[in-house]
Each structure stands twice: as structure tokens, then as C-alpha cells.
Write a protein that binds this ligand. Structure first.
Ligand code: AGP
Length: 611
């Protein structure tokens, strides 16, 4: 949520800043800006809307801007103030000599603003960030030391932030700091970098250092100095990033989302690799460091997550309860953190997050940690803030996911939950799950078959793309699939879509049904098949337009459904990992027909670092 990047060195800064912002675009994209130093003067360039608008401004002034060898940049997801040019970062102070970019929320900005206004500061934006610009400038006028000015300012700031600051009186210096928002420093030769996330650095350097909360870093072209908020020098681990420079390429696909949907067979193979070696061998899950005896005796698990990760967690609950007989609670992190939870040292708490940066989930796992619980993190980003809270860490290895709508990371989370549930069942010595293991191994081929018939889904999408609303129904282990299908459709097409347990339909939602309402029934073979069929009949009797997603070949379905999306036969217990793929494609094609911005839907960001 908001991306920041900084460069200081001997090369022109502007291209590095724009490249960095391009790779951070997943964090927000409603406005952007850069600050550079041209002929000894800090200059700001800002644009509302997509990053391309900023690039166009830069292009017109390139000869001037490219002179600067220092700069900071920002891509915004608005929290305080509309996405206008005035509210775009960087922000400056009255004298215009300082520029600051910020990711996070300054919670006490109103109090600070009042105080600063009394001191004569004039505010030009509606943002919380502008208070930081004035505050640091005021500290600088007292200290004439930019690091000290930032340090003193952070003592007064409450909330979450990653900040980068430059000042024209302190040439060749960037000061950056963080609290509850990510920041990573990249080391070059005669140049240094700072950014919200690794993709902004990786084409320039693999040598990096993650900042911890309340650390302040001072970068010059040849040095990186770190102190804590009390001015003590700090030594932080410098590591080699295990990333290859990521060509953010769509590989011939029209959108990243479509490419990422197609990567799912390989994602499944990757997640299984080394962990599920043969159906007669136990699952290898060295990542779970909880003592086996403790695992055997465990009688309570809590899982916290948001959005799509929450849906994966809901499937995880079903599996762990079914295979292992352990009671599992799943809760949105944002709810978990504001109530009294029954969490203690005997509770295993699992945090699930694609980005590992979701503020609500980080707060939830920290709360659980303070109560002595073992923290297991399931994430696609083993280098994230959340991963660093983990006692046990399961990296899901889906590879970088660019599209804001999560697809392959959901698949990787699901498969990780299958492995975890089987692993716990095997440690406990309950249940023979060899059939499921066999099915997991052949799952990638079944997903490939679904992808090979995507034209059928495209046709169905065309037929229903004019709908204003959509209902998804399912029961049992596919209820989360219905929620995920509805979420995907909402996120990228802005159609009002809701997932219901099919049995609940008659308790209220059925009132909405008429000939304008599509109802998609997730009708996978198994113990709830007949029940969902009856619920679908009830919907049909109210004239709803019926779509089936099914592995059944029963010809009678043709009478009931206007459109049938068929997937290969699969056991009910594994069906969520197959059934979600056509739903991702359906959402994709509907959004595409409607001409929506599939990879960067309005109002969203890939990494939600504010509560
Ligand atoms: C997924 O399509 C969404 N963009 C969103 O719901 C996401 O899953 C949620 O914000 C949680 O993110 P996380 O997995 O990175 O924690």
C-alpha cells in the first residue's frame, strides 16, 4: 500500500526511480511523484492517476530531470485526501527545500498539524504526510542535521510509516526510517538504494538489508549508516537476496492475471516438490518446528488472514478438522485484533498472507505471539515483515504475483494447507490419506485440462457479462470457493457478487432471485451434491439464470442449467483446488469483456499495509 523508492549515487536517478515505481505499482496506483535535486534545488514532479502520467511529465522535462543523481519517488494508494496532484507525494515544507515520501498512516497528524500551523506552517494538501514534511523541516532548522531532524520527528509521530527524506542543504544524503511498514536498503558500488520492496531494487543489486522498526538509515553514495530512535548505532544483517531480476513480463498473455492463472499447474508441482515424495512416504514439512509431541496434543488452532488468504484458511480449517480432529477457528485478522480471544501458549496460531505485509494480519499474529502461542506463517514472501514474526514459516513459493487479484498464490496457499493437514494427521497417526496424496500428484494435469477448455468459460462469461449482480452457492468444503469466486468477480469487474452456503439461500437471499439474477452452483460430486442440486432447483423455480460448475456428466443437468462449466472428476475433499480455476477465468473474462483494468482494479492495492 503505497510504494517508495530512493536512489543516491553517481548515475542519473530518474530512470532508476521510475523503474522502481513501475515494479512497485502493485502497491497502489492512484497518483505518483518524484523529488530530485537539479542544480542544487529540490524539485517535485507529480501526477494524478496512473504512473504513465508521471512518466509523460518526466519525458517532457527529461533533459533537466536526468541531471539529478539523487531522488525519491512514490506511488500512492490514497488514505488521507483524494488522489489529486496536491495530495500526491513527495510533500514539501514552506521553504520548499525538503521533500518526503511516506507509506503508512500518521495517526496523530491532526494534533501535529494544529501545532505546526500555530508555528506558521502553511498546508497545501489534505494528507497526513505533509505534517511530516513540516515537522522534519522544523527540526532541521534547529539541528541542521537531517538524520537528527528525522530522528526527533519520529519521536513525535504516532502510527505506521516508512519515510524517505531529502533536503537541498544536505546534498548527497537520503534519510529513511520505518515503523510498521516495510523498508529495504540496497547496496551498490558508489550508489545506494532504498525501497518498500525488493522488486524495486533487484535489477540493480542483490545485496540488501531489511530495516527493523524505529531504525533510521542515512544513505550517501558511499555509505549506509544505521541508528536506532535513541541515537545508538545499530548493526543489521546484510544479505544476498535469493531473487533473480524479475522481468515483469506478461509472456505473451494480455494480462498478468491470465498469465498467473495459467501458472497454477506448475505452482502446484512446486509446492509439492520435496514435501510429497511418494504416496507411501510421510509428508516432509521441516518448516513446522513445533515439537511433534506438542503437535500430537494440540487441541486448538486459530487461523488469521484477510481476503483471498482468508478463503484459503477456511479450506484449511475444513481439512485440519476433518483429518486431524483438531478444533480450528478462522477469523478475519481485522476482527481478531479487536476482541478478547481465547489464545494461549497451547494454541497454534497460523497467519496466512500472500504479501506478508498485511497490517491487520501482522497485528493479529503479534498479539497471539505476546500470549505465548506458536506462530506459523504461510506466505508467498519469506522475506516479509510477517515472516519475521514466525516460529514456523511455510513459504508457498508461487513466484511473484503481479496482478492485484490473487490467483496462483491462493492455489499455493491451498496446496500448503493440504500438506499441513496431512502432515499433522500423520504425526498424530490418524487417517490414511494415501488416496488424497495420489490425487494431489495428478492435480496439475487436471488444472491443465480446465485451462485447455477455457473457451467454454469465455462463452459463459460473454453470456453473463451484462449482469448487475451474481450469486455463488456451494456447501461444505466449497463454500470458501464460492466466496473466492464472488470476490474475484467483484474485485475486477465491480459486479455485485456474493457467495452463500446453498442451504442459507432459502433463509433470505432467495428473495432477490428473478430472471435477471445469475446463480452459479458449485456442484462437485460428493456428500453435498444432491443437496446443492435441490437448492439449485429451488433457485430455478424462481426463474434465476442458472450456471453449474461441476465434475458430473449427468445429462439431466442440461435441463436445469443455462450454462455448464465442466471440470475433470475429482474427490470432493480436493475439489476446491480445481473448482476455483474456472471461477478465476470466469471473473477474468467478464472483466475483460467489460473493458476493466484487470490487473490494477480501482481502489485496490496488492499489499494492504494500513489497518
Ligand atoms: C485478493 O485477490 C485480494 N486482492 C485481497 O483480498 C488479498 O487477498 C488481501 O488483501 C490479503 O492480502 P495478503 O494475502 O497479502 O495478506
Amino acid at each position: 500500500m503505497c510504494g517508495i523508492v530512493g536512489y543516491i549515487g553517481r548515475n542519473s536517478a530518474v530512470d532508476i526511480l521510475l523503474d522502481g515505481l513501475t515494479s512497485l505499482e502493485y502497491r497502489g496506483y492512484d497518483s505518483s511523484g518524484i523529488a530530485v535535486n537539479i542544480d542544487g534545488k529540490v524539485q517535485l514532479y507529480k501526477a494524478a492517476g496512473k504512473l504513465q502520467n508521471l512518466k509523460d511529465i518526466v519525458e517532457k522535462n527529461y533533459a533537466e530531470i536526468s541531471k539529478s543523481t539523487i531522488g525519491i519517488g512514490h506511488i500512492r494508494w490514497a488514505t488521507h485526501g483524494a488522489p489529486t496532484v496536491e495530495n500526491a507525494h513527495p510533500h514539501s515544507c514552506n521553504c520548499g527545500k525538503l521533500a518526503v515520501v511516506h507509506n503508512g498512516i500518521i495517526e496523530n497528524f491532526k494534533e501535529l498539524k494544529e501545532k505546526l500551523e500555530k508555528q506558521g506552517c502553511t498546508f497545501r494538501s489534505q494528507t497526513d504526510t505533509e505534517t511530516v514534511a513540516h515537522l522534519v523541516a522544523s527540526k532541521f532548522s534547529q539541528t541542521h542535521d537531517l538524520t537528527e531532524a528525522v530522528r526527533l520527528a519520529t519521536k513525535e509521530i504516532e502510527g505506521a510509516y516508512a519515510l524517505c527524506v531529502i533536503h537541498q542543504d544536505v546534498k548527497d544524503t537520503i534519510v529513511a526510517t520505518r515503523r510498521n511498514a516495510p523498508l529495504v536498503v540496497g547496496f551498490g558500488d558508489g550508489e545506494n538504494f532504498v525501497a518498500s520492496d525488493v522488486p524495486a531494487l533487484i535489477q540493480y543489486t542483490k545485496k540488501a538489508m531489511y530495516l527493523d522498526d524505529n531504525q533510521i538509515v542515512t544513505l550517501t553514495p558511499d555509505s549506509v549508516k544505521l541508528i536506532d530512535i535513541d541515537n545508538n548505532p545499530v548493526v543489521q544483517k546484510v544479505e544476498m537476496l535469493p531473487w533473480e531480476p524479475v522481468a515483469l513480463s506478461k509472456m505473451g498473455y494480455k494480462h498478468f492475471m491470465l498469465k498467473e492463472i495459467h501458472e497454477q499447474p506448475d505452482v502446484v508441482r512446486n509446492v509439492l516438490s520435496g514435501k510429497l515424495r511418494a504416496i507411501d512416504e510421510p509428508i516432509v514439512l521441516k518448516e513446522v518446528t513445533l515439537d511433534r509431541e506438542k503437535l500430537k496434543d494440540l487441541n486448538r488452532i486459530q487461523i488469521v488472514a484477510c481476503g483471498t488468504s482468508l478463503h484459503a484458511a477456511m479450506v484449511g480449517k475444513y481439512l485440519i478438522e476433518d483429518f486431524c480432529g483438531i478444533s480450528v477457528d478462522v477469523e478475519p485478522s481485522s476482527e481478531y485484533i479487536y476482541r478478547k480471544t481465547i489464545t494461549d501458549k497451547n494454541t497454534l496460531v497460523i497467519g496466512v498472507s500472500q504479501s506478508g505485509e498485511t497490517a491487520d494480519t501482522i497485528t493479529a499474529v503479534r498479539q497471539a505471539k505476546s500470549k505465548g502461542s506458536h506462530i506459523l506463517i504461510v506466505t508467498n514472501r519469506p522475506d516479509s515483515t510477517m515472516a519475521r514474526e514466525a516460529d514456523s514459516l511455510i513459504p508457498v513459493n508461487a513466484g511473484i504475483e503481479v496482478s492485484v487479484a490473487a490467483t496462483k498464490s491462493y492455489m499455493a496457499q491451498l496446496i500448503s494447507f493440504y500438506l499441513l493437514a496431512i502432515y499433522i494427521a500423520e504425526v498424530k497417526g490418524v487417517n490414511d490419506l494415501r488416496d488424497l496424496k495420489h490425487e494431489l500428484i495428478i492435480l496439475p494435469q487436471k488444472i491443465e485440462k480446465v485451462l485447455a477448455h477455457k473457451e467454454d468459460i469465455q462463452q459463459c462469461a460473454r453470456k453473463f457479462s451484462g449482469s448487475k449482480d451474481f450469486i455463488f452457492i456451494a456447501r461444505g468444503i466449497n463454500f470458501p470457493t464460492a466466496l473466492e469466486g464472488a470476490l474475484k468477480l467483484k474485485e475486477i469487474s465491480y459486479i455485485n457478487a456474493t457467495g452463500y452456503t446453498a442451504g442459507e439461500l432459502k433463509h433470505g437471499p432467495i428473495a432477490m432471485l428473478d430472471e435477471s439474477m445469475p446463480v452459479l452452483s458449485i456442484l462437485m460430486s460428493g456428500k453435498v451434491y444432491d443437496k446443492i442440486l435441490s437448492n439449485s432447483e429451488e433457485a430455478k423455480a424462481r426463474n434465476a439464470r442458472m450456471i453449474a460448475l461441476t465434475d458430473s456428466t449427468d445429462p439431466k443437468l442440461n435441463e436445469l442449467f443455462d450454462c455448464i462449466i465442466r471440470v475433470p472428476e475429482i474427490s470432493e475433499i480436493l475439489s476446491p483446488a480445481l473448482a476455483v480455476v474456472p471461477l478465476q477465468l470466469l471473473a477474468y473474462y467478464i472483466a475483460e469483456f467489460l473493458g476493466k483494468d484487470v490487473d490494477q482494479p480501482r481502489n485496490l492495492a496488492k499489499s494492504v499495509t494500513v489497518e
